[in-house]
Design a protein around this ligand. Structure first.
Ligand SMILES: [Zn+2]
Length: 619
């Protein structure tokens, strides 16, 4: 057994899966998917083949030609992070490079969130969506769940006919089910006979570009869409208000794609569609190829949500085309994407806006240093995540320290040379999964002598923030920081000083204030600027966090309301942490526990886990 990835049972001596062909029956009444899948390996293999699973029932493993059963075994107890090892025994004559597995998910599958009708916008139909990053694909289907493996897939999704489906794949057809099609006749628990029921429809998809398993994605619900560009539709629940607002917010998407192509080379994924999910989506966005998933909190009515779209779009080149080989090298996905996102923002929204983003990121990076001061491993770019749950150490470090590293190289060699280097890097490694060493070797080969100018080892393997990292300078940024410093001395900004501030200016202002101030100051700030009622969650949550830390209890009602209406972890984490961290906060701790017990069912399983880990650390 030679592991390939600290988070997977995949054995480096086994051939990797190149294609999966799926037939999936969605049973909303039991929050379960019943599946049959044909796995194709890169070469024929004999003996035990290791696959990752988590909370799956494995019914049968079959030879594809004869449909005769093949032996398999499951590890007796789950590894707390990796899940359960499925060993499939392939015959000793090296005759098989493919096999079929039939399986069912369970209602607690960590990648899936099943919403009842009352948890949706229209309250008429149920909804289900995936979030597979980093290691949750294994809770939907057995697989070699490591980004070192890249798979193509085809899928038949059998869903209730009043619903429709989207995937991170090309949509081939929506049609009536056909008896025995795909592997549907092998479905377990009698679901094979329900395949052609007249209440069902089949949505067919094909993904011919190889992707790491964490980019496998679907959503099923009552969906509608609006065309917003030649290769972009915005999808969401079919509710007029939601669709209109989303279409307006993302009207500038095609312009961003064109700018991305100028900077980084051709857009390789044909379509760039967007799906706005219900409020419980745990992230800001997820870069599922061809179909980006977004939280509705990015719709702010002022096109500033475009920045999250710029980030997910940038992943089309860095992350999705070139992928980190495993999560130890996550900065290769997120550092590059943060850099690329800011280059796109600079072109479409101006340099001031881009610098402001760098400033917000710089503040965030410094806060993460505080968070990890007793666990410095996770202040490194290249980390060792053996025995560590990637969701537990998810942070801004790979994003912002990674950004700072690339920005440092840009300052060293100049922008034109760095742009040329980036294009060559992307063209060289596209559709490959690589590690930090591969990047550094490529950098040294293409920028001779760079290691004499920049301490590459300190940047990639050292802890903390290197001395040649850089806090940005711009008039707007400096003005906001100095206004925040004046607040500490008791002066609030005047109306004329904040007249043209958008959400990001307020966010930066609030982040530069002391963590806790006098409750009277919090009340005075809100009386003048109504930040607790901001439609922009970045502003609202920053303000509420300060209110909690300042024990300004007037706002606890708003805190509770916010925790119950959104499930984005970026907001849950600071608010719950502020409530339960520290001594002498019995009232806050009781509030946190009560709100979580009432809101828990509305959170995605990944977000539930994050809140539970905050509680276990502080309660
Ligand atoms: Zn990202």
């Amino acid at each position: 057994m030679a592991p390939l990835d600290p988070h997977s049972f995949t054995d480096s001596t086994h051939p990797l899966t190149t294609h999966v062909s799926l037939s999936l029956y969605f049973d909303f009444s039991s929050a379960t998917i019943h599946g049959a899948a044909l796995f194709t390996l890169s070469s024929p293999y004999s003996g035990q083949l290791s696959l990752d699973t988590r909370s799956l029932s494995i019914h049968q493993v079959l030879s594809p030609s004869t449909l005769s059963p093949l032996p398999f075994s499951l590890s007796p107890s789950p590894d707390p992070i990796k899940g359960i090892l499925l060993s499939v025994s392939l015959p000793n004559d090296n005759s098989l490079s493919s096999f079929i597995i039939t399986f069912s998910t369970s209602p607690c599958s960590s990648a899936l969130q099943w919403l009842s009708p009352r948890q949706t916008f229209n309250k008429k139909h149920p909804f289900v969506f995936t979030q597979c990053q980093s290691i949750h694909a294994r809770s939907i289907l057995p697989c070699q769940d490591t980004p070192a493996s890249r798979i193509c897939y085809s899928a038949l999704l059998n869903v209730p006919r009043e619903l429709s489906a989207v995937m991170s794949a090309r949509h081939v057809d929506r049609r009536l089910p056909v008896s025995g099609e795909g592997f549907s006749s092998l479905l377990p628990n009698g679901f094979n006979s329900l395949w052609c029921s007249d209440t069902r429809v089949v949505e067919e998809f094909d993904m011919s570009q190889p992707i790491p398993p964490y980019l496998f994605a679907f959503a099923v619900g009552e969906l509608g869409f609006r065309e917003v560009g030649p290769r972009t539709r915005v999808y969401s629940e079919a509710a007029e208000g939601v669709l209109e607002a989303a279409a307006k917010e993302f009207a500038g998407t095609e312009e961003m794609i064109r700018q991305g192509e100028k900077l980084f080379g051709d857009y390789e994924w044909e379509r760039f569609d967007l799906l706005v999910l219900p409020p419980s989506f745990p992230y800001g966005g997820m870069e599922n190829p061809r179909m980006v998933f977004l939280t509705p909190t990015v719709i702010k009515g002022d096109a500033s949500g475009a920045q999250v779209v710029a980030h997910e779009l940038a992943h089309s080149w860095t992350g999705n085309l070139i992928t980190n080989k495993n999560n130890d090298h996550f900065w290769l996905n997120e550092g590059f994407t943060t850099y690329a996102e800011r280059r796109i923002v600079e072109v479409v929204q101006g340099e001031d806006r881009a610098v402001l983003n760098i400033g917000i990121g710089w503040r965030g990076l410094n806060e993460e240093m505080e968070r990890f001061k007793d666990n410095l491993e996770f202040t490194k770019l290249k980390t060792n995540q053996e025995g560590v749950d990637p969701d537990a150490v998810y942070s801004q470090v790979p994003y912002e320290k990674g950004f700072q590293f690339l920005w440092r190289i840009e300052r060293q060699i100049g922008r034109p040379a760095f742009d040329e280097f980036l294009k060559k890097y992307i063209a060289t490694f596209k559709f490959k999964s690589i590690d930090t060493e591969t990047f550094l070797d490529f950098l040294k080969a293409n920028v001779p002598g760079i290691e004499k100018e920049i301490d590459l080892v300190l940047w990639t393997e050292g802890t903390g923030i290197p001395p040649d990292a850089y806090e940005p300078v711009s008039n707007l940024y400096s003005k906001i920081v100095s206004l925040a410093n004046e607040f500490k001395l008791g002066r609030m900004p005047r109306e004329d000083e904040v007249a043209d501030w958008q959400g990001q200016e307020w966010e930066l202002y609030l982040e530069n204030l002391p963590k806790s101030v006098e409750a009277s100051q919090v009340l005075a700030l809100d009386a003048r600027y109504r930040l607790s009622e901001s439609k922009d969650y970045e502003v609202k949550v920053s303000f509420l966090q300060m209110a909690i830390l300042s024990k300004c209890r007037d706002f606890y009602g708003e805190v509770e309301k916010t925790l119950k209406e959104v499930g984005r972890m970026k907001y849950l984490r600071p608010l719950y942490t502020a409530l339960v961290q520290g001594v002498g906060k019995e009232e806050e701790k009781i509030l946190a526990k009560r709100v979580f017990s009432e809101a828990r069912d509305c959170y995605h399983p990944i977000a539930q886990g994050v809140v539970e880990s905050i509680f276990s650390k502080h309660l």
